[in-house]
Design a protein around this ligand. Sequence first.
Ligand SMILES: CC(C)(COP(=O)(O)OP(=O)(O)OC[C@H]1O[C@@H](n2cnc3c(N)ncnc32)[C@H](O)[C@@H]1OP(=O)(O)O)[C@@H](O)C(=O)NCCC(=O)NCCS
Length: 448
Amino acid sequence: MTESLVSDPKRFASLFRVAAPYLHAHRGRTFVLHVSGECVASDGFGAIAQDLAILSTLGIRLVLVHGARPQIHARLVQAGVNSEVHGARRVTTLEELRLVLEAVGAVRTQVESVLSMGAANTPMAGARLRVAGGNFVVAQPVGIIDGVDHGATGEVRRVDREGIVQQLDQGSVVLLSSVGFSLTGDVFNVSSVEVASAVARGLGADKLMFLGETEHVAHVETVLGHALPHEMTPEEALELSQALPAEASEVVSMLMCAAKVCDQGVPRVHLVDRQVDGSLLFELFTRDGMALMVSTDPFEGIRPATLEDVGPVLELLAPLAERGVLVRRPREILETEIGQFAVVERDRTILGCAALRWAEVDGVKVAEIYSVAVDPADRGAGRGSKLLAWAEQRAREGGAHRLFARSTQTLQWFRDHGFGRVTVEALPGSWVALADPERNSAVLAKDL
Ligand SMILES: CC(C)(COP(=O)(O)OP(=O)(O)OC[C@H]1O[C@@H](n2cnc3c(N)ncnc32)[C@H](O)[C@@H]1OP(=O)(O)O)[C@@H](O)C(=O)NCCC(=O)NCCS
């Protein structure tokens, strides 16, 4: 794979161009990454550590929070301790706390050792990843709930933001675990997911990412018989979590946690499949990624075009006009017509456009959709259909009774969306006069 990429300059350059805006956008940003205990124990963790080293070298400020659930469970079983779980929390006796600290300490050492060689065997072998840790998480006891004393089970009270920022400023990766400390020197067993969420919130991080078990998601999708949406607003995530079946408890708690963290000011929360090699880099450096994402940003939407969009819209339309698929629109014309256009925008990139014009036939208002285009790299994901739906809605709202389209090569696509072929005489006379007879475009119409 690497061989073929490097020996094919065109392919390499196009991949690099896809990643470049993200290299730029992520530099100096703070990402909090949660790695599950299963992830640390897996064979794939070495590759993940290498990817973390790459992110750090690219100037991304990283806080890594590791879980240790299977390791704690194994240590308790080994010691013959049957620990009590009450509600969603484990009760931690002082004897159990000793075993928890042993297990968490061992995982932490393992993570540090793998991160120490993160860049070995890569061209970045000289780049040293410095890992910093400490008492950055202030915890307090959960206390007595429903009469049950939870002992050394704790919850996050606050995060030492300044201490963490100092380490990040020095270029270190900050490594945290599920252990928190009270102001009176007590040690608590805290949920690592809670730690990651609190740290992301406390730092005002740009992203919180869970590198975990997406087989739970795959299982829910099998039960539901359809895929879950890959991008959701916090409201949609909450709505979905309430609609999911009981067996989806892992996904439900992830969605609820993500919605809450987003509401508390972290713009994006991602659930990345740790079992796919390279999933972290793919998620961060491609436009669509592959994770489940809950985000407060409008990640993609259709909006009216402005004069600033003339350049990107020209770039979309020009190659199609060159190939005779669309009518050529010089910049001067586009500048005057830009108010009739809508664009699909994602991550400040224009992916598609369409325009709407109006006329009257025998006193009846009609509209025409034209210059419909989606960037070739982004086709097949429903963007064209959304542009068509936008045009239909606007035409309806504007009082049009019929929506026209003209096409040389996309007849079937319009037919698939409810348009039928009509004769050229059905068009308003002023539009017929404008048409290029050489193109001999087919005329299609949909009654609204
Ligand atoms: C037509 C176009 C806007 C569709 O954009 P898109 O984002 O891929 O659209 P959608 O994802 O909503 O639809 C994709 C579906 O349309 C089908 N489709 C795309 N172009 C088609 C065509 N010329 N004829 C028939 N079907 C077509 C795809 O095969 C796909 O089908 P599938 O869902 O069964 O796999 C895009 O292909 C494009 O920009 N084409 C060049 C410009 C053009 O022809 N514009 C229309 C004339 S104004």
